[in-house]
Design a protein around this ligand. Sequence first.
Ligand code: PMP
Length: 416
Amino acid sequence: METNLTCSLSPERVEKVRSEFPVLNQMINGSPLIYLDNAATTQKPLRVTKCITQYYNGYNSNVHRGVHQLSQLATIAYEESREKIAGFIHAAHKHEVIYTKGTTDGINMVAYAFNKKFLAVGDTVMISAMEHHANIVPWQIYGEEKEIRLKVIPINEHGELDMDAFSAMLDEKVKLVSVTYVSNTLGTVNPIKDIIRIAHQHGIPVLIDAAQAIAHIAIDVQELDVDFLVFSGHKMYGPTGIGVLYAKEKWLEQMPPYQGGGDMIKQVTFEKTTYNTLPYKFEAGTPSISAAIGLGAAIDYLQDFGIEELSAYEHELTNYTISKLLQVDGLRLIGSAKAHAGSISFIMNGHHNSDIGELLNQQGIAVRTGHHCTQPLMKIFNIRGTVRASLAIYNTHQEIDSFLGGLNKALEILRG
Ligand code: PMP
């Protein structure tokens, strides 16, 4: 992350943050847990879990349909969360915030709508070489019938997008650019402002996969002028089973609904159905009410913390981690972009990633190994997978030191 802020949290502040995440306070295989798998999912602060329990114990009820008190309370809380989300990403209207199951669900919704309504046979969707499978496969599934092609923005050896190639590849066949803000594997922070601006110069809308950005970088959808933005609650200290599709009103109005059922209709007859207003047109069936309310609490948490301060702290911790890793003999960083977020991938000369992951786990250190749902990217780097350490606000410099100690110990064991 490129920022001029330098920030170190005081030990008291770090302790306070950590005390809000009770799951962190446990021993794994005889050592204190060091959780470095935050790109997969973050832990949840007490205020999120408490607010979910409060809903179930206090006012559990279905939304939008009841005249009774509990249903009204549930509806208010559910809609208040939507308002918080809209405020957090600075959406112009709260009905531009559609609840989804997560990032994957959001991309599938847009892929479905584009293929049904906006794409013609032989059109192209442009993605990048570092996309998660969630931003590859939906385009292939829904695009099959119209033979939609994927054009792929190449990357350099550091894992940075080739922006000249991007500009050169935009032609009249490209109907959407869909790229990730932050790579879950490489940690690259992509220049999405430039991508959006350049795509718009060609009249092409842009979808941003913000799964790995939303909890780490302040996002203003109006300033970005982004057409679609998707993210998952569980990667931003919120619950699983909930996410967001933000889309400009003009797109949502034209898009066909993704699923049919209760809540998304205005009137149903056996002959014809008319659809509900936004955002309900896209929210068929009983939603994940508790998770939506929990996501609101996660947003309160992030806002109370201050996303700028959080960003600066993680930036510093990322640089610290990378500088320490680079001192390890035989280690190759996969993803060395100048603008680097806290997902840090590496491989070790001559050693299997899974062996390293396993030996770290024996010391209570949770990292992820494998292809991280980016198989085409692995092919480009000519590797099968990486070891990935990914950071969050509750990680500390001491934990990074222990992680490095654990890694060296694992290597000693492997080297015999
Ligand atoms: N895109 C990116 C960049 C991701 O990191 C992930 C999750 N690893 C996804 C999409 C999919 O998110 P979810 O599984 O929450 O739908």
